[in-house]
Ligand binder design. Structure first.
Ligand SMILES: C[S@@+](CC[C@H](N)C(=O)[O-])C[C@H]1O[C@@H](n2cnc3c(N)ncnc32)[C@H](O)[C@@H]1O
Length: 450
């Protein structure tokens, strides 16, 4: 039987439809669709852009389309998605002529549906071009306008405006619509930053040193996951904000460290590198398959001081010896609002109830691991979210119940100079707009000696 391959826009429509139906992850679907349809390398960029862009801007695209759709008339889901992805190309992709985007949409509608549907698609899109797009300024309410204009759910924007300010919320919503720059951490137990940069440049990558983390680098062109430098264990792909954690944990000596939520091992490996392969790091994660990833990374980076275990860190106090670790990191499971631009589908699936559910898990984890810390030891709590309920509130509640802990007010002193400005007492909140990293939160807590 002849295999029918789909072109870029048909493939994009398939992916967006699957995400809508099954809430499957966009990155996995992209990879399988590219393989299945043998999408040529030169078209992968466009496919990725249409899929991510349409997802990123979904609410704005719906707003643009609204005046041109008959309110009472139900349209099939795939037709609605086809319209959205075409409007995305018309409005946001300058290199695609409007008529080309419309013609492609009409062809897909004809092939998948019938003449009636293709006529409808053609009419809606051409009407829109003729009459122009509705302006967001027609929306009176600030929160609603920001929500629709930047395609973030209303409840989330409201929360951010209340917790930050309208201006900060706007900056964050806007940066969430842009593609992140790849960053990586040099394994300084194997190579210096300068040598690593030189090797990457030799391999054809465009790279520069991070402005905030001494061992961090920014990749301006290319994907270093496919480099020889990566294969040799000289690099870990990691966001700059995640690299701050090992600094906060103060691991300049060969300590005994517990990383209680460790997979895939980005922070465990950084800690082991910072201790220069001395001391020990016990890296635990709930899932066996994820623990394997930590092991793989530790092996690739040649870090034998990392030991891995699959366990529930809410129950560690019954298996590990009390007060046996100098340092404990709890990089907790969280809503991930700080990494939204990497996972745009998340915007439409998370709910406010998730935040409350997560706070309970975070507190349970924190309480459980706290008994394993030596007196005078340091406990770092971190998340890749920017929501106070999962950050400041968790820390406050934990401290209220655990009087043997106090805020460690020396956090700023341990951080690279340019990051110190973002700390308040024992806490650090990074918003993505500060220096283009993910949003991230860190709190440092000390177990009192007496
Ligand atoms: C934010 S991720 C950790 C990322 C990791 N620290 C890194 O830098 O690569 C949170 C991790 O917590 C794990 N996790 C969730 N609940 C857990 C539990 N009860 N016990 C241990 N690990 C858990 C998840 O499987 C997930 O891998």
């Amino acid at each position: 039987m002849k295999k029918t391959r789909k072109n870029v826009r048909e493939a994009a429509l398939d992916i967006l439809e699957s995400i809508q139906k099954n809430q499957a992850y966009s990155n996995l679907l992209l990879n399988t669709t590219i393989k299945k349809n043998e999408i040529p390398t030169k078209d992968i960029g466009l496919l990725t852009e249409i899929v991510y862009g349409t997802l990123q801007r979904k609410m704005a695209l719906e707003y643009y389309l609204r005046p041109f759709l008959n309110k009472g008339k139900k349209i099939e889901e795939w037709v609605y998605i086809l319209l959205q992805m075409t409007v995305y190309q018309i409005v946001y992709l300058d290199r695609i002529p409007d008529h080309a985007a419309i013609n492609e949409a009409v062809e897909i509608a004809k092939k998948r549906g019938h003449k009636g549907i293709s006529g409808f698609v053609n009419a809606v899109l051409r009407n829109m071009l003729r009459q122009g797009l509705p302006s967001f300024n027609e929306i009176q309410d600030d929160i609603e306008r920001l929500s629709i204009e930047t395609s973030h759910p209303h409840w989330l924007v409201k929360r951010w405006v209340e917790q930050l300010s309208l201006e900060e919320a706007r900056k964050m919503c806007e940066i969430n619509l842009t593609a992140p720059t790849q960053t990586a951490r040099v394994n300084t137990t194997k190579i210096s930053v300068d040598e690593c940069l030189a090797l990457l440049i030799e391999e054809g990558f465009q790279v520069e040193v991070s402005a905030v983390i001494p061992e961090g680098i920014k990749i301006l062109r290319g994907n270093v996951a496919h480099s020889t430098v990566f294969e040799k264990g000289y690099l870990t792909i990691q966001d700059e904000s995640s690299m701050i954690v090992a600094y906060a944990l103060d691991v300049d000596k060969p300590y005994s460290v517990l990383d209680a939520c460790a997979a895939p091992g980005g922070k465990s490996t950084h800690i082991a590198e910072k201790m220069n392969k001395e001391g020990k790091v016990l890296s635990i994660d709930l899932h066996e398959h994820k623990v394997k990833l930590i092991k793989q990374n530790a092996d690739r980076l040649d870090l034998p001081t990392i030991e891995t275990k699959a366990m529930d860190s809410r129950k560690l106090d019954s298996t590990l010896e009390a007060e046996s670790f100098d340092r404990i990191l709890l990089d907790a499971p969280c809503s991930g609002f700080g990494v939204m631009r990497r996972k745009p589908d998340m915007k439409y699936t998370k709910t406010e109830a998730d935040v409350d559910r997560l706070q309970k898990i975070q507190l349970d984890l924190l309480t459980s691991v706290s008994s394993l810390l030596k007196k005078g030891g340091l406990l770092v709590y971190s998340t890749c979210t920017i929501d106070k309920a999962e950050n400041e509130e968790v820390v406050e509640k934990f401290l209220a119940e655990n009087v043997q802990f106090e805020r460690d007010l020396t956090l700023a002193e341990r951080l690279p100079l340019d990051l110190q400005q973002y700390t308040t007492g024992n806490e650090l909140q990074i918003l993505p707009q500060y220096f283009g990293s993910d949003g991230f939160y860190i709190a440092a807590l000390r177990k009192k000696v007496q």
